[in-house]
Design a protein around this ligand. Structure first.
Ligand code: M6R
Length: 607
């Protein structure tokens, strides 16, 4: 949940680290710090608050350093204080860490550290154990190997030793860490976003492998000291894609990028008008013979899975289940060799999702993941990967990743329906055509509805609660709409299957309570209107989302928002954009930090 960056080489390390931290800030933003080699000494600068505040604190550094490490924190162990911020310097050892050391308490007792600790962090315990072994063994590599052999939990470490200027030692277990060697020095980072200015070629540090970074390169070795060859990866993201590009917030930029992201994700997988996964080598044979589909994911990715289920299950007539990844282990899941497990994750690093993937694999499922970040752990541990091509998503609130996840799952569902004889080639072609047009529907909403949505947002921010209702596919869209609103505007928002209202929830409706009623599905349109009328007659302020041209009586709504008149199966794309804009404007109108909502981090790599 933290962002890590390390650099050694001819450039100004302070600048490289601070810029890298700004780009990684979405991973954690309660405090930040850097450590810089300065002749034989290491200086540490830490600051609670955003990276901007660390930059201000570092503004008067005059010496140019050529080697250092930096960290942006999402607090787990210990509160948000300067002392708890990373890097942690203990004797000759300076360390940054992403992850959680589960046995920190045992280590504290074993090495009698209680009275020495100055922070409340598990990281300082690790730093003190490395320092202990460094004093004993006088060898940086041996000290690190000895320490990690005693650690339980997850970690990505970058370590400096005061006696070894210009060198960064990196090692990880589960937590992400990548590295790159370039003519301009060697880099380490939590993800490639921080490196785009310098390189697009990198490697994922293999677990329990030591990387030694020096200006001449990045060298890997295993615990026995054998050299390990890195597996190089290349991304096609450019440096501009990780910047705001004139938009006030990343979230608004990313909402606007959706039409393009959808095309980029779909087009490489369409051959002769039909879905084609030859590139990913997903065998039709398995798509044809699997007996159930099991979807696991967290948050927005899980809601993308809910949309996929609503489409795929009726189409294929096999069971499709959606699991909250963090609950998967405890649900004694019904998974076997005949299960297609779809694992959805923008970052590819969400630990709960990764745990579920590993369990599913153990139980014999075939894993197909839908992932946005190349080389991420979930991608690497899957049998097959369907990369979404959304480009880097920086705002904590997921937007473009969600719509491309749905598009990818739709395409896969279509292929499965074809090979299972549930959809004719002609129908599949029509389906794919509709899917490709979804980017136009998204664009129309961006162009036509933005101002009206801003007005609605201005109205709803006066209230503490809001409800989203829908039926069928609309219900799955409403779940994501509620999550988006609550996570960035802090308005309490809940989604309900509209028919459930009268079984309890309707008691919450008061004069003016905003209710966003999604009515894009023809077979349940009348029923949904009745539900809208029920809440409006009890005082709710109803925002009704319908297709253009759909008739709704005045008594069913206060404001009507329309999306293009498209086939029911594809209304999710323009509807998602409406709901994202609503959350965006609500947050912005409240003067909040749209991209970095309180208490959250983009990539959740702790359990
Ligand atoms: O990287 P992932 O897709 O695995 O992340 C899953 C969730 O943490 C993520 O979707 C989260 O719910 C977002 N903040 C929602 O906007």
């Amino acid at each position: 949940m933290c962002g890590i960056v390390g650099y050694t080489g001819p450039l100004n390390a302070g600048e490289v680290l601070l810029n890298g931290l700004s780009l990684l800030e979405y991973r954690g933003y309660d405090s930040a710090g850097i450590a810089l080699f300065d002749d034989q000494d290491i200086s540490v600068y830490k600051q609670i608050g955003k990276v901007k505040e660390l930059k201000d604190r570092c503004a008067d550094i005059t010496d140019v350093s050529h080697c250092g490490i930096g960290h942006t924190r999402w607090a787990t162990h210990g509160g948000v204080t300067n002392v708890n911020a990373h890097p942690h310097k203990v004797g000759k050892v300076t360390l940054i860490h992403n992850g959680i050391i589960e046995n920190y308490h045992d280590l504290m007792e074993r090495y009698k550290l209680a009275s020495a600790l100055v922070s409340d962090t598990d990281t300082e315990v690790a730093a003190r154990v490395i320092e202990h072994y460094y004093q004993e063994l006088q060898d940086p590599k041996a000290a690190i190997w000895k320490t990690v052999s005693e650690l339980r939990g997850t970690f990505a470490f970058c370590v400096l030793f005061e006696d070894v200027p210009g060198v960064i030692y990196c090692i990880r277990r589960t937590s992400p860490l990548i590295a790159a060697a370039t003519p301009n020095g060697a880099f380490a980072a939590s993800d490639v976003t921080a490196l785009l200015e310098y390189t697009r070629e990198f490697f994922v540090l293999p677990e329990d492998t030591l990387a030694v970074l020096c200006p001449e390169g990045a060298f890997l070795e295993d615990a026995a000291g054998n050299a390990v060859a890195p597996e190089m990866l290349t991304v096609d993201w450019d440096v501009e894609s990780a910047k705001k590009g004139g938009y006030p917030w990343f979230m608004l930029k990313e909402i606007n990028e959706q039409p393009r992201a959808l095309q980029d994700t779909l087009l490489p997988r369409i051959e002769n008008g039909l879905p084609d996964f030859t590139e990913e080598q997903i065998p039709d044979d398995f798509l044809k013979r699997c007996k159930q589909v099991c979807i696991v994911a967290c948050g927005t990715a899980m809601y993308a899975g809910m949309v996929a289920k609503a489409l795929i299950e009726p189409l294929l007539r096999i069971p499709v289940s959606v699991h909250v990844a963090s609950e998967f282990h405890f649900s004694n899941p019904l998974v076997d060799d005949d299960t297609l497990m779809l694992v959805i994750s923008q970052s590819g690093e969400t630990i709960d999702t990764l745990d579920a993937l590993r369990l599913g694999k153990e139980m014999g499922a075939t894993i197909v993941s839908v992932v946005n970040v190349k080389g991420s752990t979930i991608a690497r541990e899957s049998d097959y990967v369907l990369y979404t091509h959304a480009g880097p998503e920086q705002a904590v609130a997921s937007t473009k990743a969600y719509t491309v996840q749905i598009a990818t799952l739709y395409l896969l569902g279509c292929r499965m329906a074809m090979v299972r004889g549930k959809m004719s080639e002609e129908d599949a072609r029509e389906f794919v055509q509709n899917l490709l047009q979804a980017s136009e529907y998204e664009q129309q909403v961006i162009e036509e509805n933005n101002d009206a949505i801003q007005e609605i947002a201005r109205h709803i921010i006066q209230f503490d609660d809001a409800y989203f209702i829908g039926r069928g596919l609309d219900y799955s869209f409403s779940l994501e709409g509620a999550l988006k609103l609550k996570e960035i505007s802090y308005i309490h928002a809940e989604a309900y299957a509209a028919g459930e209202l009268k079984h309890g929830t309707i008691a919450l409706i008061e004069e003016g309570t905003p209710v966003i009623a999604i009515a894009t599905q023809e077979p349940v349109y009348r029923e949904l209107l009745s539900n809208a009328i029920e809440v409006k007659s009890r005082g709710a302020y109803v925002i009704l989302i319908t297709k253009k041209g759909a008739h709704a009586p005045k008594k069913a709504y206060d404001v009507q928002l329309t999306i293009p008149d498209v086939d029911d199966r594809f209304t999710g794309f323009p509807t998602a954009v409406c709901l994202q804009l609503l959350a965006y404007h609500a947050s912005n109108e409240k003067g909040l930090d749209v991209d970095k909502p309180r208490n959250l981090a983009k990539s959740v790599t702790v359990r």
